[in-house]
Design a protein around this ligand. Structure first.
Ligand code: SF4
Ligand code: SF4
Length: 495
């Protein structure tokens, strides 16, 4: 039953779970700004090296896709993606029934013992094999508490999918400081190791002095509490100057810029209040950031209107080697009248696959597993699409706290509460961010721990339910295999 091939097993694993592109920076200045689920704990048995007599068995629900004559990719949302040569694939097949290293070594006399041990260890680290009798379970461990600070409602643009009324109101410095204090308070009480602040609007860079003031205070609190701090400014990119870049760098703030296409594809959904397109100013802003040593994350909102322009945009993004994320448009009360923004399935799939073709011809060094398809993260299993209701606070300019920025008006707590996160977690009236295991249609899906069923708000808007699969399910299912294939090709290219 076993192969006697002399070729050593080769296993290329997607361990770039940091994926610091937009997957983990989890933001988007336009339509959505999502937060990934808490980090998932691996059972300690799987982390350790396989001992001589430990029996391992292949994880269920794993699939294999051929990439070329030499390599295949193993995928399944219970484990990490791994590219295997024929010998490694053969080795994996042996674990259909429980085997230990000693059994395997007897069957591969021509391969060095240490080589076999390392290969089995890699299979185990990728969770393609798990200890015999181990019952698979996913634990959610809170790691980062994210706070969205809506520092202004003002904006110089009038994007068609924006969910804000653009009132002439800014957050005051006192409210901002109290919001940051309450974030660190909840982070301390709930044992978070990191706080992530998102400075958002409106256009956040209309208030650079406020950002500076608030983030210096956040840095002070981070030191006082010994909780790590991460900060990002969400911007439309039109107001970037060398001075702004210098300020962001001094404060160690990241920058996320929304860009939805080249020229008219961007302008068609992101224009100034005057109606003039913003592309040329955003392009200038991105180049200014790059020329001054700051690499912005690019957030693309994919809609029916710009899907055809995705390939050209992708070529541009890859040319500048920019981290990016492709996020799907979510309808809101203010955008519902724009029928052409809607995600028509075949149109979106066609545009996305054409963009993937461009990526295939210019495979980047960084993993794209967390940034290619809306809110899905294919880098590691998780249960929830975002941190809403769990690890996420959204402060409006008055210091009231909502669960999601797209429901800024539905506040459930405030800066005065001793532990606002606890109130958010207890709230049963507003948006419910269920585990994928609670969603009808998702429970038996092969993609469930990567996809997690999509944005709960979008699902509720389309179906009136939270406990059901995403209205974009067909789009996701058409794209996931291609994303897996791209990652496999990328791993081979840079192995
Ligand atoms: S509920 Fe939807 S819109 Fe809100 S943060 Fe989560 S994924 Fe984004
Ligand atoms: S939304 Fe669709 S693709 Fe995603 S987990 Fe649910 S059933 Fe699977």
């Amino acid at each position: 039953m076993l192969s006697q091939t002399l070729e050593p097993p080769k296993i290329l694993v997607s361990l770039d779970t940091n994926n610091t592109a937009t997957g983990q920076c989890d933001c988007d200045g336009g339509d959505c700004a999502c937060d990934l689920s808490p980090v998932v704990a691996l059972p300690s048995e799987i982390k350790s090296s396989p001992a001589m007599f430990d029996k391992f068995v292949r994880v269920p629900n794993s699939q294999i896709m051929n990439l070329d004559d030499s390599y295949s990719i193993c995928y399944g949302s219970h484990h990490q993606l791994a590219v295997l040569n024929k010998s490694a694939l053969n080795l994996l097949a042996n674990f259909t029934n429980p085997h230990n290293l000693k059994d395997i070594a007897l069957d591969y006399p021509d391969i060095e013992f240490i080589t076999l041990q390392q290969a089995i260890q890699k299979l185990s680290q990728a969770r393609l094999i798990i200890p015999e009798n181990y019952s698979w379970q996913l634990n959610e461990i809170p790691d980062t508490l994210t706070a969205w600070l809506h520092i202004t409602d003002r904006c110089n643009l009038r994007c068609d999918y924006c969910y804000l009324p653009h009132l002439p109101t800014d957050m005051s410095p006192d409210i901002g400081k109290a919001a940051i204090e309450s974030t660190f308070r909840s982070a301390t009480l709930n044992n978070y190791r990191r706080v992530r602040l998102k400075y958002a609007g409106g256009e956040a860079l209309l208030c650079p002095t406020l950002i500076q003031h608030l983030h210096l205070y956040a840095q002070y609190l981070s030191q006082e509490t010994d909780i790590a701090l991460d900060g990002i400014v969400l911007s439309n990119g039109t107001l970037i100057t060398p001075e702004i870049v210098e300020m962001l760098q001094k404060l160690n703030l990241r920058l996320m810029i929304s860009l939805d296409g080249l020229s008219h594809f961007h302008d068609s959904q992101r224009c100034y209040a005057s109606g003039k397109g913003s592309f040329s100013d955003v392009e200038r802003g991105i180049k200014t950031a790059l020329q001054n040593g700051l690499t912005p994350d690019i957030s693309v909102t994919v809609s029916g209107r710009n899907a055809a322009g995705l390939p050209a945009l992708m070529a541009w993004i890859l040319e500048y080697n920019l981290p990016f994320s492709l996020n799907f448009y979510r309808e809101n009360e203010l955008s519902a009248n724009y029928q052409d923004l809607h995600l028509e399935e075949s149109q979106i799939i066609e545009g996305m696959l054409a963009a993937f073709k461009v990526i295939e011809s210019q495979l980047p060094h960084r993993s794209l597993l967390g940034s290619l398809i809306d809110r899905a993260n294919l880098s590691s299993p998780h249960k929830r699409t975002c941190g809403v209701g769990q690890s996420y606070l959204v402060f409006n300019d008055k210091g009231q706290i909502a669960k999601c920025q797209m429901q800024l008006h539905k506040t459930v707590s405030s800066i005065d509460n001793p532990d606002p996160l606890n109130v958010i977690r207890q709230d049963k009236a507003g948006i419910q961010n269920l585990s994928v295991e609670e969603k009808e249609g998702c429970r038996t899906c092969e993609w469930k721990y990567w996809c997690t069923g999509g944005c709960p708000l979008a699902t509720f808007k389309a179906t009136g339910r939270y406990d059901i699969q995403s209205p974009n399910c067909n789009i996701y299912k058409a794209l996931y295999p291609e994303a897996v294939r791209l990652e496999g090709l990328r791993l081979i290219k840079y192995s």
